[in-house]
Design a protein around this ligand. Structure first.
Ligand SMILES: C=C(O[C@@H]1C=C(C(=O)O)C=C[C@H]1O)C(=O)O
Length: 364
């Protein structure tokens, strides 16, 4: 391609960028206007709700439906995700707590869901994320709830039994693990590999094949593992890209997870109920009387009404030995008449029933 042609294309790009800049600024002014209207309509004692997860899900879906390429739908939605994040930060920057330290997959999930214009606050444990949200110190929390290779994250499920929380969203993240070393690591003398227990489990077969005799040490997070290897010449860590970049580590082996589709689902917890979008999920906790057929009784109303269960998980209840609670996710919103009917029926049969929240299905 000649220099002249390139020059002409660059002029076109500069002109387009100017238009994009103007349009984004117009959009941001609209968001400011939305904030002004919301404030005006506030009754006494009410605090304004700027963040609308149901509206954001609709905006992203519309973008994906109208996109004609050449950028892919997900790529385009990611760009709009960031535009919305910045527009919302003009109204009111959200504070989001996650399982820290910096560089964890929970932080990556928070960024994927809310964009980069939020203030993200690392917490030392899942329970602390719940407490921080309950205390009103942050607007939302992001907690892992299940992994496609390793199953339920029990700390999170148990925290729902102890705290009154509303689930207002979900986000799924592809999890890629790498074997990371520091500048001073002697790679032929590694005697210890640090990671979170979940990640060690997700890479079990790879470790058995490549480092069968090396000690595996479970630490509080992948980012913590990455931090440790910086100062230990005989150690390596298993962690993701964010932690590798943050702590300046090198990848000795990439994508070492046993299953290539390894993903983790995270929940967004807060205090605000989310209205229906038409494409929602609901999470409930039910405890049934300990009698034969209890699980069957629990499932029948869903089956009879054609409601799609997406997950069912059992945990020991806190109130007695050998009694259980069920965590159930299904498609629909608790305000849908059909779902309402099922929940009423369940409430009659159950010892306790709690709706944890209805929220838009993950868009990205
Ligand atoms: C602008 C609004 O507020 C926020 C910003 C949005 C946006 O930038 O599109 C969408 C929903 C809200 O989180 C709104 O309520 O429409």
């Amino acid at each position: 391609m000649s220099e002249q042609e390139l020059q002409a294309l660059r002029v076109r790009i500069d002109n387009l960028d100017e238009r994009i800049l103007e349009l984004i600024s117009d959009r941001a002014r609209c968001a400011e206007e939305v904030a002004r209207v919301k404030m005006k309509e506030l009754k006494e004692g009410e605090s304004p709700v700027f963040y609308r997860p149901e509206r954001e899900a609709q905006v992203l879906k519309r973008v994906m439906a109208r996109n004609q390429g050449p950028l892919g739908n997900e790529e385009m939605a990611r760009l709009f995700r960031e535009i919305m994040s910045s527009c919302l930060a003009l109204e009111n920057p959200l504070k989001v707590a996650y399982l820290g330290p910096e560089g964890t997959f929970s932080q990556a999930a928070a960024m994927k869901h809310f964009g980069h214009a939020v203030i993200s606050v690392p917490m030392a444990a899942i329970d602390e994320v719940f407490r921080e949200v309950a205390a009103g110190a942050v607007n939302f929390g992001v907690v892992p709830v299940e992994n496609s290779t390793e199953g339920a994250i029990n700390h999170t499920l148990d925290s729902f039994l102890e705290h009154d929380m509303v689930i207002c969203g979900e986000v799924e993240l592809r999890i890629h693990h790498h074997l990371l070393v520091g500048e001073t690591t002697q790679t032929d003398k590694i005697t210890r590999i640090y990671s979170h227990a979940q990640s060690l489990a997700q890479c079990r077969k790879w470790l058995d094949a490549h480092y069968p005799n090396v000690e595996r040490v479970a630490v509080s997070s992948n980012a913590d593992a990455a931090k440790r290897v910086k100062s230990e010449w005989n150690s390596a860590a298993i962690a993701g890209d964010m932690a590798a970049n943050l702590y300046g580590l090198t990848k000795l082996a990439e994508k070492i997870e046993d299953r290539p589709d390894n993903s983790t689902r995270f929940l967004i917890i807060g205090s605000q109920e989310v209205p229906p979008t038409g494409d929602d999920k609901t999470s409930i906790i039910v405890s049934m009387r300990n009698k034969p057929g209890a699980l069957h009784e629990l499932l029948v109303p869903f089956h009879n009404n054609g409601i799609d269960l997406t997950r069912i998980e059992t945990r020991p209840s806190r109130s007695g030995k050998w009694t259980y609670v069920f965590f159930i996710d299904f498609v629909g919103h608790h305000r849908d008449p059909l779902v309402k009917g099922v929940l009423e029926k369940l409430a009659q049969e159950a010892v306790a029933l709690k709706v944890l929240g209805s929220y838009p299905k993950a868009v990205l």
